[in-house]
Design a protein around this ligand. Structure first.
Ligand code: MRU
Length: 353
C-alpha cells in the first residue's frame, strides 16, 4: 500500500504506522485533525514528501470535520485547522507547502459540499504527483550509479518517507529496475533509528542487499573505500545561505547528514542529494529555517529504558545543515544539477518534468 492515502470507506486518512516498524507493518487511521497532528508529531508519518501528502490530506480532513452554516465562517474554521497541521513540524517545507496548495481551492468554492469534494481531489493529486515525480527523480539519479555500486544512505528517504518509491532510495530502486546491482549501507540514524527500523525493512522487502551500520561507523566505511556514493534525501533545500553559508544554499536533512558530507568530501566519494522541486524552498534563506528540536526523552530513554540521568541537559536537534558546496549532485524530477545551482532552474512554476 501507499505510505499515506485516503480511506474511502472510513472517509479519513490512513497511513503506515512507522512507529511500529520493524516489529509490525500496520496502519493507523486519522479521523480528525487532532489525530493527524498527533500522528505527525510522533512520526507515525514522516519524511518530507510524505508529510506534504499528510498536509494535503489534512486540509481534506479539516474540510470534512469542520461545520458551519455560513460558507465564510466554514472557510475560516477550515483554515484555522489547516494551520495546526502545517505547524505540526517545522523543518520539512513540504508540509506547510502542500497545506497551502490545497487551501487554495477554497478561494473558488462556494459551498461546504463543494469544498469537501474539491479539497479531497486536490489532496489526491498531491499524493499522485509525488509518486510520479519520485519515479522521474529515480531515473535521473540512477544514471549516476554504476552497476555494482554501494550506496550509503542516512535516515529513511525511501518509499516510506514519500507516498511511494522514495527519493534517495528511489534512486536505488530505479537503478535496480534498470538492471543494475546496487547495494546499500544504511546508517542507523540515532536517536529514532529511521535507518535501522525503516530503511532496512523496505530495502529487504524489495530484495536490495543492505548492511546496517552504527552512525559512528560511517567515517570508517568511507575511509576504507566501501562506499561509491552517499545518497540522501532532504527536508528542505534553500538556495540562499544567509549569514553563515554565503550564496550557495543549504540542504536541511536528518541530523548527521552534514558529518557524512564532510567525510565523503574528504575521501572523494560523491555526495548526492535526491529531492523533488517540492522540497526546494525558493523563498527563504538558511537563517529563516527552524531546525526542529525534539523531546529530551528521545535521548534520556531508549524504548522506555533509562539511557541517561533523568535530569541531564539535552540538545536534540532533528536536522542539520549541509552547505551546498559539499553537494556534488542535486537530483530532482527534472534532472541532475551540479552546484553551484542556478536559481532560474528552481524558479516557480516548477518546470514540466
Ligand atoms: O524526522 P524524519 O524521519 O521525518 O526525517 C526524515 C528525513 O530527514 C529524510 O531524510 C527527509 O525527509 C527526506 S525524505 C524523502
Amino acid at each position: 500500500m501507499q505510505t499515506i492515502d485516503w480511506d474511502d470507506d472510513r472517509d479519513c486518512v490512513v497511513m503506515v504506522d512507522q512507529t511500529r516498524l520493524p516489529a509490525e507493518y500496520t496502519t493507523d487511521h486519522a479521523e480528525t485533525v487532532d489525530e493527524l497532528v498527533g500522528s505527525i508529531e510522533v512520526l507515525r508519518v514522516r519524511g518530507a514528501p510524505a508529510l506534504g501528502a499528510a498536509g494535503a490530506y489534512g486540509v481534506a480532513l479539516a474540510a470534512r470535520t469542520v461545520e458551519a452554516e455560513e460558507y465564510a465562517t466554514y472557510e475560516e474554521r477550515v483554515r484555522a485547522q489547516a494551520a495546526r497541521v502545517a505547524d505540526a513540524r517545522p523543518t520539512a517545507v513540504n508540509l506547510a507547502r502542500e497545506v497551502d496548495a490545497v487551501l487554495e481551492v477554497l478561494d473558488s468554492c462556494e459551498s461546504v459540499p463543494e469544498a469537501r469534494e474539491r479539497t479531497l481531489e486536490a489532496a489526491q493529486r498531491v499524493a499522485n504527483e509525488d509518486i510520479r515525480r519520485n519515479r522521474q527523480l529515480g531515473e535521473h539519479g540512477a544514471a549516476l550509479l554504476a552497476d555494482g555500486a554501494t550506496v550509503m544512505t542516512h535516515c529513511n528517504a525511501g518509499a516510506l518517507a514519500t507516498v511511494d518509491w522514495g527519493t534517495a532510495l528511489g534512486v536505488v530502486y530505479s537503478a535496480q529496475e534498470a538492471g543494475k546491482d546496487v547495494d546499500v549501507v544504511a546508517n542507523e540514524t540515532r536517536p529514532l533509528n529511521q535507518g535501522s527500523r525503516i530503511t532496512t525493512v523496505e530495502l529487504m522487502q524489495r530484495d536490495v542487499d543492505v548492511t546496517l551500520i552504527p552512525d559512528n561507523a560511517a567515517g570508517l566505511c568511507l575511509q576504507e573505500g566501501r562506499v561509491d556514493a552517499v545518497v540522501v534525501g532532504a527536508d528542505r533545500v534553500v538556495l540562499g545561505g544567509g549569514e553563515r553559508f554565503g550564496d550557495q544554499g543549504v540542504v536541511f536533512n536528518k541530523v548527521g547528514t552534514y558529518k557524512h558530507a564532510v567525510v565523503a568530501a574528504r575521501h572523494d566519494v560523491p555526495f548526492v542529494v535526491a529531492a523533488p522541486h517540492a522540497t526546494v524552498d525558493t523563498e527563504r534563506d538558511a537563517d529563516e529555517v527552524a531546525i526542529e528540536e525534539r523531546d529530551p526523552a528521545e535521548l534520556r530513554e531508549v524504548y522506555g529504558s533509562q539511557n541517561a540521568p533523568a535530569d541531564v541537559p539535552v540538545y536534540n536537534p532533528a536536522f542539520d545543515r549541509t552547505p551546498m558546496e559539499l553537494v556534488d549532485y542535486l537530483v530532482t524530477e527534472t534532472g541532475v544539477y551540479e552546484p553551484p545551482l542556478d536559481r532560474a532552474d528552481f524558479a516557480p512554476p516548477v518546470p514540466e518534468a
